[in-house]
Design a binder for this molecule. Sequence first.
Ligand SMILES: C[S@@+](CC[C@H](N)C(=O)[O-])C[C@H]1O[C@@H](n2cnc3c(N)ncnc32)[C@H](O)[C@@H]1O
Length: 220
Amino acid sequence: MKTVNVRYDDGERKDRGVTKYRTDQDWEIWGKENPYFGVLTDPIFLNVNLNDEALHAFFTSGEKHVENIYQVIRTRIRSDFEPRRVLDYGCGTGRLVIPFARRAQSVVGIDISPSMLEKARENCSRFAIDSAQLLHLDNMDSLEPGSFDLIHSFLVFQHIPVVRGEALLQKLIGLLADGGIGALQFTFAVPRGVLLRGVTAVRHRSRRFPGSRNLAKMRT
Ligand SMILES: C[S@@+](CC[C@H](N)C(=O)[O-])C[C@H]1O[C@@H](n2cnc3c(N)ncnc32)[C@H](O)[C@@H]1O
């Protein structure tokens, strides 16, 4: 298996780095009470603020993200990349399932939260997408091994404890077709304590190192 690391930042979630793990129940609560904000934590996506403009921004961000994924794969890995069968793992409200479905023959979206999946179904209908299948994680084993040309996940693994995430990743790799491509986002960080300790030490050693002040304010 060949791995290509891509530093990815589309400016969507600058406020979020490695966040604390959320439980499956937490996600169902987000799915039920504030699904769009559960996906992108900008106050414009809270139910109380949600309007046509906010929804437009929400779905446009998904379109842009998917366009970027295709572009990166075509530039860095395979210029004729044209996946027929796509899996979006942790699909939430279908923000990315919809643009994938516009490009591929079929898309499967998997999520842990039944309410998120319900919202994703609603959104697929809203955009007249009928080639998307939305599945609960419990039904993932019903998918045929080696049957996806592209397996994608964004803003998901950072919320899953490592051991569980590793097992899920193994399953996803098993679903990838020969020659298929995985575009999976994992966030990582320098432990903040170590960074801050290092910066503090530098600062103490050299009062003439103004840059270190800014570094000390940096968040991981
Ligand atoms: C921040 S949202 C991102 C949704 C979507 N990927 C997007 O970018 O629009 C994270 C999603 O991952 C789902 N999720 C969390 N843990 C999961 C798990 N173990 N398996 C599948 N989905 C999970 C949540 O229910 C939620 O819908």
